[in-house]
Design a protein around this ligand. Sequence first.
Ligand SMILES: N[C@@H](CCC(=O)N[C@@H](CS)C(=O)NCC(=O)O)C(=O)O
Length: 223
Amino acid sequence: MLELHYYPSNASLAPHLVLLELGLPFTKVLVDRTVQAHKAPAYLALNPNGLIPVLRDGELVLFEAAAICLHLVDRPGAPDSAPPLMPPPGTAERAQATKWLVWLTNTLQANLIVYFYPERLVDEGNTEGAAQVKAHAQAMVGRQLDILVAEFERHGGPWLLGGQYSLCDAYAFMLCRWTRGFSGPASAPARERPVLAAWLQRMLARPAVQRLIADEGLVPPLV
Ligand SMILES: N[C@@H](CCC(=O)N[C@@H](CS)C(=O)NCC(=O)O)C(=O)O
């Protein structure tokens, strides 16, 4: 049985959505951040980084949300009716999809983490420095959201890869949701870019996304 160690709206959200899209049976294990459960020895044994998520698949234990999503797509077990969330390996389409997934996790997500935890990059008590780091991270995320907009405009399709819905949409949805609290001059939230606003509405209309919202108890503003 698949077991997703998660906390609502954390980096576990994309794997959670992929599980729901694929219709795979799984159980959820809440990693209670309010009591630092992600820093407890039992969890560190699964993920020495002390970060959420972790996926257990029998003997296999995985951390890194993007790696978990790829494994879920590649492993057998999904019903025939499940959408193909990645193009076939060895194709140019797969290479492009992998490019976007890696970009999402190591560029956009990385800057969002700096935005949320700027105090980790400055000396303790340096609130002015932390505010500067946060503002710069927000501005970088803003420029990267513009890159997403440009990609949608280039191909004109409804999904990040063009015509085919993929796990890149699930991943980008999680990250764009994380910008919902953006304010000030550095960057507006993703939803204020019309192209992304339309795509976010398409995402919200997906049954798997509606289930995700209910399962994780997410409340408005959703994006
Ligand atoms: N690169 C990791 C990042 C995971 C991550 O940063 N998770 C956050 C929640 S969104 C976390 O556990 N933060 C706790 C902390 O930083 O102490 C992944 O994608 O799995």
